[in-house]
Design a binder for this molecule. Structure first.
Ligand code: HPA
Ligand code: ZN
Length: 335
């Protein structure tokens, strides 16, 4: 099982590039950019990772980003993640980035997106990791700021596949961003939003995602199982969910293996993802391995979760079939 999971060609649809910033890289960037850190070693950084809910994670996540300043920094951030992805046999990824977390520190939008885009090209050419980028708005900032950033992003539209919504969910409902998401849709961008585990008003947020925003996917979304009518609507729409088992453990003390199995039983297109792997100390293969162990998942369940990721990816049908072919051949060889 372990070797099978490690070797399986995978897709990842929920990973924040800023959440792949490793402590060693924080140190290297701080030194290059002349920034003094309050930690003496990368291990001290890890030791300070004390998350128990979304806000306690976000405080540490935003503070560390201060070392990212130049286009080369963003290139390295993304390229290091793509190297990890290649080691996990990820062949396709739709990573998130948070431009407002950088423009608010005086870093130009162009610096961020050009560095990331250059890394995407290099990773496809040299590592065989294909990717399409999702721009996330920070929901604890204003709708006006989100709109300003959408305007900034439109000249770079060909570098983006979709728009997402992340950061602190409390009292920041999807409806706050209805206008900006409608405009993004008019420009042909796909739409997704975080519905993090066990947040305040989570069921209302999920309904707003479905009925007011008309999202193409939901990130996390585990709480869809709490209400029958919500569950049925997710099933009826064939809505994809990007679930993050190790990330969930920081909030609900479980990898939610029971919930994810229930989703599979219901035919919900659940997928497995790493969210912020440098912080949660688990990349995609680790998420699969730990989930399989906790839930005693079968090979078929593991493959189905991974197949769902290719299925709900924002790829052309031809590209989906091409990548699913890699998975099918792998499964056929292994059995
Ligand atoms: N939820 C909300 N905001 C985030 C996350 C998340 O999982 N990761 C990075 N920013
Ligand atoms: Zn996330």
């Amino acid at each position: 099982m372990k070797a099978f999971i490690e070797g399986m060609p995978k897709a990842e649809l929920h990973v924040h590039l800023e959440g792949t910033l490793e402590p060693e890289h924080i140190f290297a960037l701080a030194q290059r950019n002349g920034i003094e850190l309050s930690y003496k070693t990368p291990q001290e950084v890890v030791d300070a990772y004390d998350f128990h809910d979304l806000p306690s994670f976000l405080t540490i996540y935003y503070a560390a980003m201060d070392v990212l300043r130049t286009e080369q920094d963003f290139y390295e951030l993304a390229y290091h993640y793509f190297e990890k992805a290649a080691a996990d046999n990820i062949v396709y990824v739709e990573p998130f980035f948070d431009p407002q977390a950088h423009t608010s520190r005086g870093v130009e939008f162009a610096t961020v997106i050009n560095g990331i885009a250059r890394a995407q090209e290099a990773a496809a050419a040299t590592l065989g990791v294909e990717s399409q980028l999702i721009l996330c708005f920070l929901r604890d900032m204003s709708a006006q700021s989100a709109m300003e950033h959408l305007e900034m992003a439109l000249p770079y539209k060909d570098k983006l596949i979709g728009i997402g919504l992340d950061s602190d969910e409390k009292d920041n409902p999807p409806s706050k961003f209805a206008q900006v998401f409608a405009k993004a849709r008019e420009h042909g961008l796909k739409l997704t939003m975080h519905c993090d585990v066990n947040q305040k008003d989570i069921h209302e947020h999920m309904w707003e995602c479905l009925n007011e925003i008309n999202v193409d996917r939901i990130d996390h979304g585990v709480n869809c199982l709490d209400q029958d009518d919500l569950t049925q609507e997710i099933v009826r729409r064939g809505m994809g969910l990007t679930v993050c088992p190790v990330s969930n453990r920081f909030v609900v003390q479980s990898l939610t293996s029971k919930e994810i199995r229930r989703m599979l039983e219901l035919g919900i297109k659940a997928t497995i993802n790493s969210d912020d792997p440098a912080y949660f100390r688990a990349y995609l293969t680790d998420n699969f391995l730990e989930l399989q162990r906790e839930g005693d998942y079968t090979l078929e369940e593991v493959v189905q979760l991974n197949r769902n990721a290719f299925d709900i990816a924002w790829l052309t049908d031809a590209d989906k079939q091409r990548l699913l072919g890699k998975l099918d051949r792998y499964v056929a060889r292994a059995s």
